[in-house]
Design a protein around this ligand. Sequence first.
Ligand code: PGA
Length: 261
Amino acid sequence: MTRKPIIAGNWKLNKLVSESVELTEDIKVKLMDCKKENLPVVVLCPVFTAIQAVANVLEHGKGIYLGAQNCYWEDNGAFTGEISVPMLADLCVSYIVIGHSERRQYFSETDEMINKKAKAVLSHGLIPIICCGETLEQREAGITDEFVAGQIRAALKGLTVEEVTKSVIAYEPIWAIGTGKTCDSPEANRVIKMIRATVAEVSSQDAADKIRILYGGSVKPSTIEEQMGMSDIDGALVGGASLEAESFAQIVKGTMLARTK
Ligand code: PGA
């Protein structure tokens, strides 16, 4: 089963429009010498206010896609401050990160809200990057698998097999996000296999074989090759290291290297 890897940069609440444009241009230049067919799918997720400007810099079809960090599930209406999926699609956004642990933690997003968002994203033909992952307390209490499987079951509830197959999952242990502590690759791979088994149980074996499951949490140029050498890790959701063109480009190139070995 070959699943095309995805490297997504989650810029979080960082970078003004001009800085976002500069970073995008630098990433483009650094990846210019890579053969398109060898590149993973590269996704850049700027803040909402920079999406249009980043879209103008990206040439679609050249392997670099635009992502958003969040969305609302209604298309329009009296929902002050929200941004809908059709509005993001209008700006050429293809991927939308949903259920990031920071949104769950700081903005009280629930599994039910994340499920509604996944449905909204898919109904407009975009691809959700559905995040899941346990806290340190949950890991220490030995309930990682049970907790993460529960998040996945809730997020995928009511999706068709085709919709699940098209979706992307990011396993991001919360204790590894922004801490510099990556989850050991074999352990990340083990949890990701468990997520795949959960997908098979709630959807189908074919969807489980095809769905891309990324790892996220302090991914760096020095960790990516080992991570991409694992059987079930299909790419990375990168925070801190995606804010600099050099480290992000090295992660993309490390992915290519690992896959050609
Ligand atoms: P990090 O963030 O790479 O800075 O740990 C990952 C994420 O939150 O998606």
